[in-house]
Design a protein around this ligand. Structure first.
Ligand SMILES: C[S@@+](CC[C@H](N)C(=O)[O-])C[C@H]1O[C@@H](n2cnc3c(N)ncnc32)[C@H](O)[C@@H]1O
Length: 234
């Protein structure tokens, strides 16, 4: 059998024409100029594929608006596509706690953050996410206080992040997980998956099963970008 991994690309619409159609017709015409600039800057990064897909970003912005999100948290910032998107979408007195171990990537996007005049909304914490989250949980007024969370970091920790998010996000708030279809590999026979993709594929398969059984959230998995799962905190 030919290796399915050869067809892996960003986005799950494995007709490149269909994805291009969606991007060109619906996503790019509505994408703010500053986000286009972040994409351009990010294209120079050797791991540019890590950035959140613009079509997933568009849905995240819609969710932020629908829920009137003001206090948000993001795990996995990279060069800042989802961060800038969030900061542009929430109100001027909104706040984002943005956690990443990598400050260099964040600083690539920092000129755009300054240009967009959204720096006052952002509290960037350079840290391993688990310890930063545990520190947040030590302060009682953080519990149940976040309207929205976006999780897009190491897949091995998604379950641990989830438990902490359930403490931090208020009832009625939203938690979004990125990459929950992991380039489509979750549905491929294991022997067809590239070795480098196997560990995260396994973590995501386990996480999806776990979330599907978690009665503390209502969920929907949306097959855009690399697959996002939207959780509504019950
Ligand atoms: C997929 S990228 C995030 C993409 C970003 N949301 C965007 O729109 O460009 C994943 C990020 O998670 C960060 N990361 C990975 N493991 C982490 C950890 N344990 N704690 C904090 N950040 C982590 C990486 O440094 C990387 O920047």
């Amino acid at each position: 059998m030919a290796s399915l991994s050869t067809s892996i690309s960003k986005g799950l619409l494995h007709s490149p024409e269909l994805r291009e159609y969606m991007l060109e017709t619906v996503v790019y015409p509505r994408e703010p100029e500053l986000l286009k600039e972040i994409r351009l800057i990010t294209s120079n990064h050797p791991r540019c594929l890590m950035a959140t897909a613009p079509e997933a970003g568009q849905l995240i912005a819609l969710l932020l608006k629908l829920t009137n999100a003001k206090k948000t948290i993001e795990i996995g910032v990279f060069t800042g596509y989802s961060l800038v998107l969030t900061a542009l979408t929430i109100p001027d007195d909104g706040k984002i706690i943005a956690i990443d171990i990598d400050r260099d990537a964040y600083e690539m996007g920092l000129p755009i953050i300054k240009k967009a005049n959204i720096e006052h909304k952002i509290n960037f914490i350079q840290s391993s996410a688990l310890s930063a989250l545990d520190e947040l949980l030590n302060k009682n007024d953080n519990r149940g206080s976040f309207d929205f969370a976006f999780i897009d970091a190491d897949k091995v920790s998604y379950q641990k992040y989830h438990e902490r998010m359930l403490e931090l996000v208020k009832v009625g708030g939203i938690i979004v997980y990125d990459n929950t279809l992991w380039f489509g590999t979750v549905a491929m026979p294991e022997e067809c998956v590239k070795e480098t993709m196997k560990p995260n594929r396994q973590h995501i398969i386990e996480f999806n099963k776990f979330l599907a059984a978690d009665t503390r959230v209502q969920i929907s998995q949306v097959p855009i970008g690399d697959g996002i799962t939207i959780c509504w905190r019950l």
